[in-house]
Design a protein around this ligand. Sequence first.
Ligand code: BGP
Length: 475
Amino acid sequence: MPETTTPFPQGFLWGGATAANQLEGAYAEGGKGLSIQDVMPQGIMSPRVDGPTQDNLKQVGIDFYHRYATDIALFAEMGFSVFRLSIAWSRIFPNGDDAEPCEEGLAFYDRVFDECARYGIEPLVTLSHYETPLALADKYNGWVSRDLIGLYERYVRTVFDRYRGKVTYWLTFNEINSVLHAPLMSGGINTPKEQLTKTDLFQAAHHELVASALATKIAHEMLPGSQVGCMVLAMPIYPLTPDPADMIAVMDADHANLMFSDVHTRGAYPGYAQRYFRENGIELEITPEDRDILTNTVDFVSFSYYMSICETADPAKKIAGEGNIMGGVPNPYLKGSEWGWQIDPAGLRIVLNQFWDRWQKPLFIVENGLGATDELVDIDGVKTVLDDYRIDYLNDHLYQVGEAIADGVEVMGYTSWGPIDLVSASTAQLSKRYGFIYVDRNDDGTGTLERYRKKSFGWYADVIASNGASLRPSR
Ligand code: BGP
């Protein structure tokens, strides 16, 4: 056997990433309150509805609430050393501002973490992943209100205390920068985006940034040895042409994203953000105490990466392409997925280098993957999916992670999005599948909920077992 080498360090964390609202189901069981996802049956782009409707696939999800033990066993079979999941805030505080937490909700995650521990899988826990309790949206207008900081603080203190010794890695807010693009889903903000003032939007972002830094401070005080990361939606932006005006447009667009992790890693607002606030009439309430709390910087930076976009200063060329929450100008050199998200493995190496050069904080890729339609086939009596397209996508991206590590970037781990099929965040479909494990559930809600290993299941197990040595070179 030829000797294989791998750039991935010993102890690199390999696994998959999920969110409570996209897989648990049991939306009204165990004392759980409603979350904003219960009024978003069609995903991000559609307006909210008044109350829970039966067409909402997330009400049942993939029934992880009842099947977590067998699902975690399948993750263990692939060799996962980490499993990213979120705690549904409304399982712990059904209305967000209740005086006491819900014991049944707390007990559920005890069972999940204990199951992970049986297999030596580290939970990586997102405290808030697009599932703000609905009552907080209705009563407070979500993160526009400063009250949310204290309510979030009570929630994180509760779960830090409860899961002491069970969870080391915490993420404060999923894709925190997405609040600028999807205020209801990301920030629980009821005011429709078109009516929301820039001041309210950035005030909400500020409240989240303060809450995030506060959670980091509290974790460091309560849980010695814990590690807290911010989580941002990463999307490298290329100039559409070499025109310097296009490059300035890229710089401005980059700043809008990078501001969130600049604050998380440096503990203060950068100069470009202050200029933007000044020139756009954005007057934020930032107290001396807020400034003090913001100095509690994160231990690592985590991010999702699915695609890159282009930017241009030329309005005639500013075509809006499809994308992960924020689209952009399509890149003529790249092909899109079935959902039009442009596939760019090298972009992952670029973003890893950019983030490392900028912050020198360990990086964690906590989402990446291909949403595709899958066909279940029968091979010698075994049901499976021959998802070579997914294997190619993941291989090419992971190879670029290895390249970034060879560049000197410190990468802690990689969790692919949706290791088991789950409900899509943007379109609320089940047919947009990311998993190594197929779940028999369709967009119309039919299906047995049975699980089947796809071809990519064995492929990922080999990647993990070889610590990345089995990956093929990619561009
Ligand atoms: C990210 C979200 C996830 C997830 C993923 C894939 O933005 O953090 O929750 O769903 O995108 O997106 P989608 O489900 O829309 O395909």
